[in-house]
Ligand binder design. Sequence first.
Ligand code: XMP
Length: 318
Amino acid sequence: TWTPDAFVETTVTELKRKIGQDKVILGLSGGVDSTVAAILLHKAIGKHLHCIFVNNGLLRKNEFEDVLHQYKDMGLNVKGVDASARFLDALAGESDPEKKRKAIGRVFIEVFDDESHLVEDAKWLAQGTIYPDVIESVSATGGPSATIKSHHNVGGLPDFMKLNVVEPLRMLFKDEVRRVGASMGIDKTLLGRHPFPGPGLAIRILGDITPEKVAILQEVDAIFINGLKEWGLYDKVWQAGAMLLPVNSVGVMGDERTYEKCVALRAVESTDGMTADWVNLPYEFLQKTSNDIINKVKGVNRVVYDISSKPPATIEWE
Ligand code: XMP
């Protein structure tokens, strides 16, 4: 029978044998898969594993700093690369969802290629690919590996893609990855994190992206997600987030009429992201969250809750 402990033991032995003294590069995304893959490799080859964690400027509020600290605390050899400006420049004025995804994928590859050139004599590229990624084209798990996979047709292979690929989680399902992570002592809060798409908040800001819109959505998202945690609801939800709609609506503030933005909150139950049901969150929670958002986030005067299931409504709005 399969056990996480036995998997860790055999995989670490196998990785040691396969990689020896070579250097390995791995893109960390903050998600479960890349983190578990990194810790497994770290156990096998220690400092020969060079992790790269890119801030695309589209992460959740404080996520880059928080997750980078967590990685360092776990002993990983990780370099945080803040490329926010490069991503936001490439996205400026673009409102088409697929073109936004392509722009993000392209910049990610450029940044990752630049960074991987700094690791001299690297021989391997490690990826947190899991079994569902192997059989599906769009990964529900997000992260650099998904981004790289869906963009390797962008004019010539970047150098890091010519490296030998090592994918220690390729035979595992998500729940098995979590169990492997837990058996290696990875923090529960990290293992329980909701999936987050590789393009991040870019596909939750409908229409074109500006730094102001990113900042507004980060605040809204933080209030929603922290609220779910405070109310003990976070672990009951498979994925949650907020969408910034390209709609202004009229409101009143004191004696004045306002004309400000609307956000939609979305929380779904799912097992694999292929189908999903909206979650019946308590009215009291929605009421409190809506008030908090409208009172605290300047520029937002209306909050709606998405009660659509997938299919046909996808989890993301773009
Ligand atoms: P949809 O919106 O298609 O999302 O119902 C299903 C799952 O996939 C995630 N998602 C993405 N992940 N790059 C990713 O890495 C993407 O472009 C992307 N689009 C959607 C979404 O967050 C959900 O978990």
